[in-house]
Design a protein around this ligand. Structure first.
Ligand code: NAD
Length: 281
């Protein structure tokens, strides 16, 4: 079984991006800039943002974090986004989720101009992705896609089963695999016979949030299995896939941690660079 090393894949991608930033700097005499807005002091958000900032600086991007207390007015955040939309030194804007309850998440997402929406959450980018046009692609599914392509460059006609239909993961994952000519089934909490559906998959992507939901006897021999889940349990962090059982049947499997997670941030940097390139065509 191939243990898909997300840490190594992310480090390789960062190395590529670092070179690309250098050549962009040569060509345009400026570097792509990523601005993250962080509201409140939730510990996981603080950690994510710190990691994003560190990785962005490492590949040579201009990186900025704007922090607000969780009592900040929605209007102040929207005003700041408008300012960043009009700032040429900012290529990508990301507002770290979740937001405090008094701030309308959708309003914030839609305030970021699609050309700077490095998360790929703006409805314009969602629509472009599903129509097969150029767009920012949500970072986690993009990371999964790149890992799958490393194992199987030609996905023509493969049967892919996505478990979970979130806007963040399941739905964009479906679009990416459709574009690669996979036959895609998207399953969710109301799916009848989830095990039967999973068993048909040459590729399974699990993005649910239920510890070890996908069992060994749900997986076809030699399937590629990507585990997006991050679940805190008494036994530490586990994914949505029962790792020990599934590793006995799958051709390739991502571990948790160390699989999809590291690719997410690397893909955020990639998206920032793509936004810069589109803006400076
Ligand atoms: P979500 O809660 O938005 O969506 C979960 C989906 O799972 C829903 O579509 C729901 O229909 C489906 N579902 C729920 N119960 C089910 C069941 N019994 N059978 C089949 N489907 C079921 O979750 P999300 O934001 O997509 O996140 C999913 C998991 O991925 C979480 O564990 C989250 O922490 C993790 N995650 C990881 C990364 C990363 O970088 N590795 C990034 C984002 C999310």
């Amino acid at each position: 079984m191939i243990l898909i090393d997300g840490k190594k894949a992310a480090a390789d991608l960062r190395e590529e991006l670092k070179k690309e930033v250098l050549s962009l700097k040569d060509k345009f005499n400026k570097v792509p800039g990523l601005t993250v807005i962080l509201i409140g002091d939730l510990a996981p958000s603080q950690i994510y943002v710190r990691n994003k900032e560190k990785s962005a600086t490492e590949v040579g991007l201009k990186s900025e974090v704007i922090r607000y207390s969780d009592s900040v007015e929605e209007s102040e955040v929207l005003k700041k986004i408008d300012e960043l939309n009009n700032d040429d030194s900012v290529s990508g804007i990301l507002v770290q989720l979740p937001l405090p309850k008094h701030i309308d998440k959708q309003k914030v997402i839609e305030a970021i101009m699609p050309e700077k929406d490095v998360d790929g959450f703006h409805p314009m980018n969602v629509g472009n992705l599903s129509s097969g046009y150029e767009s920012s692609i949500p970072c986690t599914p993009l990371g999964c896609y790149l890992l799958i392509k490393k194992i199987e460059p030609n996905l023509n006609g493969k049967k892919a089963v996505i478990v979970g239909r979130s806007n963040l993961n399941g739905k964009p994952m479906t679009q990416l695999l459709l574009k690669e000519n996979c036959t895609v089934t998207i399953t969710h909490s109301k799916t009848n016979d989830l095990k039967g559906e999973c068993l048909k998959g040459d590729i399974i992507v699990a993005a649910v949030g239920i510890p070890e939901l996908v069992k060994g006897d749900w997986v076809k021999k030699d399937a590629i299995v990507i585990d997006v889940g991050i679940n805190k349990t008494e036994n530490g962090l586990v994914g949505d896939v029962a790792f020990d059982e599934v590793s006995k049947v799958a051709k390739a499997l991502t571990p948790v941690p160390g699989g999809v997670g590291p690719m997410t941030i690397a893909c955020l940097l990639k998206n920032t660079i793509e936004c810069f390139k589109r803006a400076n065509k």
